[in-house]
Ligand binder design. Structure first.
Ligand SMILES: NC(=O)c1ccc[n+]([C@@H]2O[C@H](COP(=O)([O-])OP(=O)(O)OC[C@H]3O[C@@H](n4cnc5c(N)ncnc54)[C@H](OP(=O)(O)O)[C@@H]3O)[C@@H](O)[C@H]2O)c1
Length: 248
């Protein structure tokens, strides 16, 4: 993939201090982009900046706080300049909830970061996005292939995919492309709160059910975000990076 068009471009990764987002920020920086990473925990931001190539920027903001997100964009644009490419990878572990134990208030809460956080971030970023730039959101394979207990997670993914298509249409007059990446199971800190034995079992079970026979690594997925940034004719697309899990 030719990523030379990213050289000196400003790439902002919301959720870029861990896992898929950090791998995306690293890949963009290695391609010569000026990178800003954002997440809620100041210590995560510091740690990510220590891992990224010199010259990266960071901000600590809770992406569910719309007013704080507005202020953060004003600040980062003043410091670094307009945003050429925006990636939204912020997320949290989603509890599976079968219907008989589903708590509707908790279900609604799960939309805050993954769906409304993404919508709010694009709204706040839009005035600062360069014409000809891109937005890449994050969904998952749950919408195409939900399991029992996945109604909330599948709905968040479905809503994000619909949002991607709607934003692609709305921002097309400015030649801003909007796409989403749908990862399958990826080995990342997202699963860190699980006991290690359960986590390894999840990876083993997932690998066994995936045609390519393994779970994803963050770099597998990061390259998809770079693809949607650099490909000038891709918009409104959901790019699945899952080792074929939706085929199984
Ligand atoms: N890993 C997988 O198997 C997988 C599969 C399908 C889809 N996905 C989705 O892909 C995305 C990235 O996953 P990942 O595996 O890279 O997860 P991760 O390693 O846990 O990273 C999540 C990032 O989101 C940030 N974040 C969490 N809450 C935030 C908030 N309120 N405001 C701002 N930032 C916040 C975290 O930093 P702070 O803690 O500092 O806030 C962190 O940088 C998520 O949406 C996830 O659901 C992951």
């Amino acid at each position: 993939m030719n990523t030379s068009s990213l050289r000196s471009r400003h790439v902002v990764v919301l959720g870029g201090t861990s896992g898929i987002g950090l791998a995306t920020a690293r890949a963009a920086a290695e391609a010569g982009a000026v990178v800003t990473v954002v997440s809620s925990n100041p210590a995560s931001v510091e740690k990510a900046l220590a891992e990224l190539p010199e010259g990266a920027h960071g901000h600590a903001v809770d992406l569910t706080d719309a007013a704080a997100v507005d202020r953060m964009f004003a600040r980062l644009v003043a410091e670094v300049g307009p945003v050429d490419h925006l990636a939204y990878t912020a997320g949290e572990p989603l509890a599976l909830m079968s219907l008989d134990e589903l708590d509707v208030d908790r279900a609604r809460q799960f939309f805050e970061l993954r769906y409304f956080g993404a919508l709010g971030a694009v709204r706040a970023a839009a005035p600062h996005l360069s014409d000809g730039g891109s937005v890449t959101l994050t969904t998952g394979t749950a919408s195409a292939r939900p399991g029992p207990g996945w109604s909330v997670a599948a709905s968040i993914c479905g809503a994000t995919e619909a949002l991607t298509r709607a934003l692609a249409v709305e921002l097309a007059p400015r030649r801003i492309r909007v796409n989403a990446i749908a990862p399958g199971v990826v080995r990342s800190p997202l699963w860190a709160s699980m006991p290690e034995a359960d986590r390894e079992q999840l990876y083993r079970q997932s690998a066994a059910s995936v045609p390519l026979g393994r779970v994803g690594e963050v770099d597998d997925v990061a390259s998809a975000y770079l693809f949607t940034m650099v490909n000038p004719f891709t918009t409104g697309t959901v790019l699945t990076v899952d080792g074929g899990s939706v085929l199984a």
